[in-house]
Design a protein around this ligand. Structure first.
Ligand code: NAX
Length: 328
């Protein structure tokens, strides 16, 4: 039998954790033949809730689940991990500005970066889901110099799915027939959901929809504000769809993106598309299935797209400035 892959999940007693853990244990990331060990990190006040979640995980008796660890010590939870999904972070409280949230959460990712550097496998992959995920990832990466920058990513897969779904619903197509949307930039409401390269059953989405005004005035704001709409309707933030996106993000890394398709991931910018090096920006990427990704090159931008990209990149640069003291 293949040796087990070790996956750490932080914030494991939270809502996303609750949807994520059983699916990791069923093989949704590494495939149906690869056993897994799940190592959960929580903060001390949530340890009791975590105990309950882990009892339930045990009670699922998953055939692929080789071990379960629950701890409030990152040095225990990150020990020897192949993959860390950093979900846990403080939620934004009422009246809190985005920059306050960034400052509040930054120190968490300093500590977790250092712990990953100390005890994770040197070729571990780390995906950050906890918000503000792009900048949290940048902080953790800077504090883990032993893990290559290319091994880090932050999740814009949920935005990617949302963009696909909006186009599918608009034209009455199946979700699977909509391919190659792109999310550029930040996982925030400045992100640029780009439809210009998307196809619906192989035809350009621009032609199938045939309504540029809809893309600009409905599609973009709906994708950007979808998280808020879900909170308003459900009274809670997206959890099922967020966990599903985190699993797809990780599965693409380990099992590859389908032939001819890309997905969106926030990765360490290498300067592609004029995005300044050294910020975690969402790009279209393809994955071979060996834990690596490549930024898709050569996509054209019109003036509208250039403006949108500049806005979201400026926000990411501002966030980097806000946390500059945590990046040394
Ligand atoms: P919950 O508040 O339900 O759970 C968060 C959990 O994290 C809690 O159990 C808490 O105790 C734990 N936690 C807090 N600080 C921690 C630390 N230092 N170490 C370990 N655990 C810690 O939130 P949930 O709905 O699960 O969302 C988790 C994060 O995902 C939030 O930051 C949220 O904003 C973010 N999201 C990111 C998305 C994305 O697309 N990138 C979409 C969904 C979601 O909004």
């Amino acid at each position: 039998m293949t040796s087990p892959r070790i996956v750490a999940v932080t914030g494991a007693a939270g809502q996303i954790g609750y949807s994520l853990l059983p699916r990791i244990a069923r093989g949704d990331i590494f495939g149906p033949d690869v056993p897994v060990i799940i190592q959960c990190l929580e903060i001390p006040p949530a340890m009791n809730a975590l105990r309950g979640v882990l009892m339930e995980l045990e009670d699922c008796a998953f055939p692929l689940l080789e071990g379960i660890v629950g701890s409030d010590d990152p040095m225990v939870a990150f020990k020897d991990v192949d993959l860390a999904l950093l979900v846990g972070s403080k939620p934004r409280s009422k009246g809190m500005e985005r920059n306050d949230l960034i400052r509040e959460n930054g120190p968490i990712f300093v500590g977790q970066g250092k712990a990953l550097d100390a005890v994770a496998k040197p070729d571990a992959r780390v995906a950050v889901i906890g918000n503000p995920c792009n900048t949290n990832c940048l902080i953790a990466l800077h504090n883990a110099p032993g893990i290559p920058k290319q091994n880090w990513s932050a999740m814009t897969q949920l935005d990617h799915h949302r963009a696909k779904a909006q186009i599918a619903v608009r034209v009455g197509a199946h979700f699977r027939d909509v391919q190659n949307v792109v999310i550029w930039g930040n996982h925030s409401n400045t992100q640029y959901p780009d439809w210009h390269h998307a196809t619906v059953a192989g035809k350009p989405a621009t032609e199938v929809v045939g309504d540029d005004a809809w893309f600009k005035n409905d599609f973009i704001p709906t994708v950007q504000e979808r998280g808020k709409a879900i909170i308003e309707a459900r009274g809670l933030s997206s959890a099922m769809s967020a966990a599903n996106a985190a699993l797809d993000h990780a599965r693409y890394l380990y099992q590859g993106t389908p032939a001819g398709q890309w997905t969106s991931m926030a990765v360490y910018s290498d300067g592609s598309y004029g995005v300044p090096e050294g910020i975690m920006s969402s790009f279209p990427v393809t994955c071979k299935g060996d834990g690596t990704y490549e930024i898709v090159q050569g996509l054209e931008f019109n003036d509208f797209g250039k403006e949108r990209l500049a806005i979201t990149v400026k926000e990411l640069e501002g966030e980097r400035e806000t946390v500059a003291n945590l990046l040394d």
